[in-house]
Design a protein. Structure first.
Length: 202
């Protein structure tokens, strides 16, 4: 009963992340389409934050936008769909995985599905509307789904690096413990030898 409840809670967590992230992504894209399409870009905070409508045929930050339509469909629709199914399967099968892995993967799935919805309903195009930067240094135009994917990537990198650090620290501690034990054993043997020698002289 406890295991079933824990699994239900984990899957409910994933479902809530998917619903909230995809819902927010699609709602903001619809709002951007209504208010920004065919309108000049809106600039805020000294042009650090800019809202501008764009239809992106490529991937994250317009990567791959120069590919042919067939190649974009194969990569951004077919392969992306397969990858999303793999992530979903991992979350279901490995629902006991650490939250530091489970939550970012749920955001990755949500972001991927958010953009996949666009591609399957807008002839392979994704609606983007956010641009940030300072002066000439600017990002490409992106959306909420892209932010979910970026959060997932950064969180997973930190989790992996943290795991390596813990393992290295544990190995170092284990080696130090073994070395300390060897020193103590050596000292004990020397004391035993000295004690045996003294008893022999007596």
């Amino acid at each position: 009963m406890g295991t079933a409840r824990s699994k239900s809670l984990r899957l409910a967590l994933a479902a809530s992340i998917l619903a909230s992230c995809i819902g927010c992504d699609q709602a903001t894209k619809q709002l951007a389409t209504r208010t920004l399409k065919d309108a000049p870009a809106r600039s805020y905070l000294g042009d650090t934050f800019r809202l501008e409508f764009a239809h992106n045929p490529g991937g994250f930050l317009s990567l791959g936008s120069d590919l042919s339509a067939e190649a974009r469909t194969a990569i951004f629709v077919i392969l992306n769909s397969v990858f999303m199914l793999l992530v979903l399967g991992y979350l279901i099968v490995n629902w006991r995985s650490r939250l530091a892995v489970f939550v970012p993967l749920a955001f990755l799935l949500a972001g991927g599905l958010g953009n996949l919805i666009d591609r399957t309903t807008q002839n392979g195009l994704v609606t983007d509307f956010i641009n940030v930067g300072v002066g000439p240094l600017r990002t490409g135009v992106f959306n909420v789904a892209d932010m979910a994917v970026m959060f997932s990537a950064i969180a997973l990198v930190f989790t992996i690096q943290g795991g390596k650090g813990s393992k290295d620290g544990g190995d170092a501690e284990s080696k130090a413990g073994k070395a300390d034990g060897a020193v103590k054993e050596s000292a004990s043997r020397r004391r035993s030898c000295r004690s045996g020698t003294l008893r022999g002289w007596r």
